[in-house]
Design a binder for this molecule. Sequence first.
Ligand SMILES: [Zn+2]
Ligand SMILES: [Zn+2]
Length: 304
Amino acid sequence: MMAFGPIHSINDNMIGNKCMPEDTDCDFNDNQSKQFRWGPNHVGAKQLAQLYTNGKRYQEIICIIIASILILVDFLYLIYYFDASKWCSIVLAAFCGIISADFLSGFVHWMADTWGTVEMTIVGKAFIRPFREHHIDPTAITRHDFIETNGDNFMAIIPGLIYLFYFFRSNDYKIIYLNYNWICYLYLLAIFVAMTNQIHQLSHIYGPLPVWIICLQDMHIILPRKHHRIHHISPHETYFCITTGWLNFPLEKLHFWSTLEVIVEVMTGCKPRSDDLKWAQKGLHSNIDSNSLNIDEQKVIPSH
Ligand SMILES: [Zn+2]
Ligand SMILES: [Zn+2]
């Protein structure tokens, strides 16, 4: 982690560029980035795309169906017990839900990027693979349909929604009324978690988008495009939050992720992002003399 250098080495002109480095009309001056072909033709990206199986697809479809039913049923319960006099605390619950979802998106993203490996049993191919693919072919997400984009996030919210359903079914009106703010918080947190990767996908689309989505991005109510580009500068060591991105700047100022990485590295001896780097370098030897590129030089390569 420390070997990669600070995020301040990012070229702001690169971040501000309206296209991705792998786009053919992209005008990057860095010689290595021209040699190092990112995107769908990257050797690692091709291998990772082939690991998306029918079984994984079925899992995503089933999770989306179950989560959607639970979202609807829990929403009907929330409406049934709704008390208009509590609107102020409901707004506060919504705000806390957004903040919590943003943090959770960052934490899960950080875990997968930094410590996960595609070789992990079951979890690797099913849930780490999309993170690896996304770094070496970041526009792949723009070609994913609703199911592939949102299946895993819908799966993640199912336990929380089942808990809420159980809570509504097993408690009387008085208990539910007393806990209504907490219930609203959990429900809205689940909704924002479910929306996270859709918002993330939108931050990668530079083609036509509905005006209202561009307004939400420009007002930084959802993850803005330029903001998310900071994460996509190799070695992908910061700006992990992808719901709203509100926590990215303060967490960076607090050295939150880098401090966590030092702690984990000292305790386990594991090197952060070693699997991510391994996949990024696949096919590298056929393009560049392997001795001409060391890890320190990697930090200047714009991966996306
Ligand atoms: Zn990432
Ligand atoms: Zn991204």
